[in-house]
Design a protein around this ligand. Structure first.
Ligand code: ADP
Ligand code: ADP
Length: 219
């Protein structure tokens, strides 16, 4: 369902161009849970952001469900991001003074108003935070904040979750609880692409893709 073909990404570096990604080719099947691992600066986030339509490639193509996503105009690429992709990051980006429910409802501005609260409540239930639904963002632990961020990422029922170091800011035990949650969402059918430099969590995934200096490593 995700196919990356001959992908290159160059960043300007003075008068030169710095290649952050070099000739990346990969396929990720529907329902797979894949980890992309590699050292800091190897291009993991760049690749994830391109798959999610947050950043554009310099060359190459990304197909999602057969659609070349960079052939979409700006309005349709936002629609692609909103409907098909959920993003989870290392930092949670919650509104600290909004409640859990309000934070999770934020992406639903385009949904019918009478279904917003129900959808948000369902997502909050899935991440196991119903008992904290009225608490404010700044009243939660790190693990709970990441659960809220995950609820917000799944509230539009995307088929793909792109997770960039979702455990990077959490202690090991809490990290494992977040990985268990991602695994449960994967078992429900979500395709998950996880970027991490933490090898501790690889037992949760179906497949590991290694990247180094912007290139895939063939095992
Ligand atoms: P990783 O996620 O593996 O740590 P990144 O994808 O963040 O790696 O970065 C890959 C390389 O591209 C790094 O050398 C980084 O400094 C560079 N880079 C990332 N984003 C930008 C940017 N917006 N402008 C210039 N260089 C960037
Ligand atoms: P913390 O961030 O406090 O270390 P976790 O991130 O593991 O803890 O869990 C956050 C909260 O959600 C805790 O109060 C925990 O009891 C609760 N919790 C975790 N998993 C579930 C679940 N599957 N169902 C209901 N509640 C859960």
């Amino acid at each position: 369902m995700i196919k990356v073909e001959n992908l290159y990404k160059y960043y300007p570096m003075g008068k030169e161009k710095y290649p952050a990604l070099k000739n990346i080719n990969l396929s990720i099947n529907k329902g797979e849970f894949v980890a992309i691992i590699g050292p800091s600066g190897s291009g993991k986030s760049t690749l994830l952001n391109i798959i999610g339509g947050l950043d554009k490639p310099s060359e190459g193509k990304v197909y999602v469900d057969g659609q070349d996503i960079f052939k979409l105009n700006d309005a349709r690429i936002s629609k692609y991001r909103n409907e098909k992709i959920g993003f989870v990051f290392q930092f949670f980006y919650l509104e600290p003074t909004y409640t859990v429910l309000e934070n999770v409802m934020l992406p639903l501005i385009f949904s019918k108003s009478n279904s917003r609260e129900l959808k948000a409540k369902e997502a909050i239930e899935k991440v196991g935070l119903t008992h904290k639904i009225g608490n404010k963002g700044n009243e939660l632990s790190g693990g709970e904040r990441q659960r809220v961020a995950i609820a917000r990422a799944i509230v539009n029922n995307p088929s793909i979750l792109l997770c960039d170091e979702p455990t990077g800011n959490l202690d090991s035990k809490t990290g494992i609880s977040i990985m268990n949650l991602l695994k449960a969402l994967n078992k429900e059918g979500k395709t998950i692409v996880l970027v991490t430099h933490n090898l501790e969590y690889l037992s949760f995934v179906d497949r590991v893709i290694k990247i180094k200096d912007g290139e895939l490593e063939v095992n």
